[in-house]
Design a protein around this ligand. Structure first.
Ligand code: M6R
Length: 608
């Protein structure tokens, strides 16, 4: 995920910024750059790849100055390259900008600016901000930033410097974090407090809509043109705690990030005004969809579970027959795919060997391919005909959490896009589902508040040696995913089953020693799930049920209840998986397991 560092004071800013960027390396990035002002001239150095490349560049072509901004880029718009690396400049080269987030309306702004004579040098959404500020600049950079941001829609943490005003850095925040650290006659900015801990610990976290003028000895914050005060906090975290934003593990941090990462993933692809889904990045036309024979979804592990969930979406919403396969099985199967098939590959890392090999096979067969990946520039994302990225930022915990809900978000968009193109969804249903999609971050936030309750339940069960997870229909893949999470990080033997399949065998396992986790939220199979709970209870099982508030029946039958907000059944997998992530996390930590790096597992499986 992108990182920002900035400095104003009397030190060599390039050095301070470089040190700060090093502290953000753990977030993942593909290029980096620094701009400083010296003698009213902006000097910029940018390099692709690791920070050491930027360091060599700086060693060969040193820059220095008491004010500067720097950035590590995790590509979203435009490939990783020197031209696309930040900082970006306006036409005059006097205004430079670094940015985290996504400018949703950059295409229309760019068109307008080009027609007004602006020359663009990169493929990024960020560069429009530099030119827009230039358009409004009349010897007052703060005013120009304020005017520019009135036209911008999306998420941003921005830092701007101007050669003609070398005594200030302007920063702004909307839906992307930005923090200012106060020193003595110097001030620092960063997207993440861990970048600044070696320099200062009195910090101000900016709020949405804040625009701020930072000089070496003053900080003035404005929100909607009114000057505001923000509280200063002392940060006592050590460097490792800071990387995890104070959370004990990356996995926990990543579970909590999900409201944001889901929003970041649909941002710019879902318009609020007309309920239109725009997947500009792919070329899957109405004509192709009308002739499509079948969708195949190929993936491994958690990504495979996202694929299993998507089968319900493509079949119910777009009426397209869909098959889902584990990549390592698909590779050696006699599959029937052709130019009328769409083969979707899902992979967080984009490097999973089996998924990559399956992609190559599908391409040889002449099928249209589409990848859903989190890592920009990864092998799968480069080789697929079409790519849709999840905008989750780097996932560091080996157990996948936020990448999974990001994948589901993309799959919801895709299924709704296909359904719209094929006219298989009514306008009313589409409006309803799009509205629910917009509300998902709020619902996820509500869900996250259940962590305390789940921790208590985990305490009751953490010494068990086996677990069964049950669900039906669109939530069946979530039973598989919940069981996988528990296995991976707590080493408890856990199995997910389709609840209706129980009586065909697995029920033999059930007695009073077997805990059963059941997904029992409102759905068309609610009554059926209730019967499956009765069957398990009759054999002595302890039942933990994930239910909705005001549940009348299952709440009475279950020994433990976890309440999640009610959503349309299509979105219930995305909500219901969150308590299961928490449950696995708490059980594993109570058993003293290394949740971020579980034994025998790798984050990216690049061997067959
Ligand atoms: O990077 P990918 O999504 O292709 O990885 C696939 C699996 O290896 C991955 O989901 C694995 O199952 C995770 N450890 C799940 O938590």
């Amino acid at each position: 995920m992108c990182g920002i560092v900035g400095y104003i004071g009397s030190k060599n800013s390039a050095e301070v910024i470089y040190n700060g960027l090093e502290k953000l390396e753990y977030r993942g990035y593909d290029s980096a750059g620094i701009a400083v002002i010296s003698d009213n001239i902006i000097q910029t150095r940018r390099s692709v790849g690791k920070l050491k490349n930027l360091k060599s560049n700086l060693d060969l072509n040193p820059i220095s100055g008491n004010i500067g901004i720097g950035h590590t880029r995790w590509a979203t718009h435009g490939k990783p390259s020197e031209e696309n690396a930040h900082p970006h400049t306006d036409c005059s080269g006097k205004i430079v900008v670094v940015h985290n987030g996504i400018i949703e309306n950059y295409v229309s702004i760019k068109k307008q600016l080009i027609s007004e004579g602006h020359k663009f040098k990169s493929e990024t959404d960020t560069e429009v901000v530099a030119h827009l500020i230039e358009k409004y600049y009349k010897n007052d950079i703060l005013k120009a930033v304020k005017s520019a941001l009135k036209e911008v829609r999306g998420a941003y943490a921005l830092a701007v410097i101007c050669a003609d005003e070398p005594d200030k850095v302007i920063v702004a925040r909307y839906d992307a974090p930005l923090v200012i650290a106060k020193g003595k006659n110097e001030n620092f900015i960063a997207s993440d407090v861990s970048a600044l801990l070696n320099y200062a610990r009195d910090v101000i976290f900016l709020e949405n809509g804040d625009i701020c003028e930072i000089k070496k000895d003053t900080i003035n914050i404005f929100n909607q043109d009114v000057e505001v005060k923000r509280e200063t906090q002392k940060i006592l975290w050590d460097a490792i705690q800071a990387e995890k934003c104070g959370y004990k593990h990356f996995m926990l941090k990543e579970i909590y990030e999900q409201a944001q990462t889901i929003q970041d993933t649909f941002r710019g692809r879902l318009s609020s005004e007309k309920n239109v889904i725009t997947l500009d990045d792919i070329n899957i036309t109405e004509e192709f969809l009308k002739e499509i024979s079948r969708i195949y979804i190929i993936a491994c592990g958690t990504s495979y579970h996202a694929g299993l969930t998507a089968k319900f979406l493509f079949e119910s919403l777009a009426s397209i027959p869909t098959e889902v396969d584990i990549a390592s099985e698909f590779r050696y199967r006699d599959y029937v795919i052709d130019s009328k098939s769409l083969v979707i590959f899902i992979s967080q890392s984009g490097e999973t060997a089996d998924t990559l090999a399956a992609l190559r096979i599908a391409k040889q067969k002449g099928s249209k391919t589409l990848a859903i990946c989190n890592v920009v520039g990864s092998s799968i994302s480069r080789e697929a005909d079409n790519i849709l990225y999840t905008h989750c930022g780097p996932e560091i915990g080996v157990a996948s959490t936020k990448a999974f809900t990001g994948q589901l978000t993309v799959l919801y968009l895709l299924a709704l896009d296909f359904a719209t193109k094929l006219n298989t969804i009514s306008k009313e249903k589409l409006d309803l589902l799009v509205k629910e999609l917009w509300d998902l971050p709020v619902k996820v936030t509500e869900c996250l508040k259940q962590s305390g309750r789940i921790e208590k339940i985990a305490k009751e069960f953490h010494l068990k040696n086996q677990f069964i997870y049950l669900a039906r229909n669109i939530n069946y893949p979530i039973a598989l995913e919940g069981a996988l999470k528990l296995k991976e990080i707590s080493y408890i033997y856990a199995e997910g089953y389709a609840a209706g399949e129980m009586k065909h065998g697995p029920i033999a396992l059930i007695d009073e020693t077997m805990p059963v986790m059941v997904i029992a939220t409102k759905s068309k199979v609610y009554e059926k799930v209730l019967s499956n709970i009765e069957e398990a209870k009759a054999r002595g099982a302890k039942i933990i049920a994930v239910i909705n508030a005001n549940d009348k029946e299952i709440s009475k039958k279950a020994d433990y209840q976890i309440v999640v907000p009610e959503v349309d059944e299509f979105f219930s997998p995305l909500i219901n998986v969150i308590p299961l992530q928490f449950f696995a996390y708490y059980v594993a930590t109570m058993r003293g397991c290394d949740v971020d790096q579980p034994r025998n597992l790798a984050k990216s499986v690049t061997v067959e």
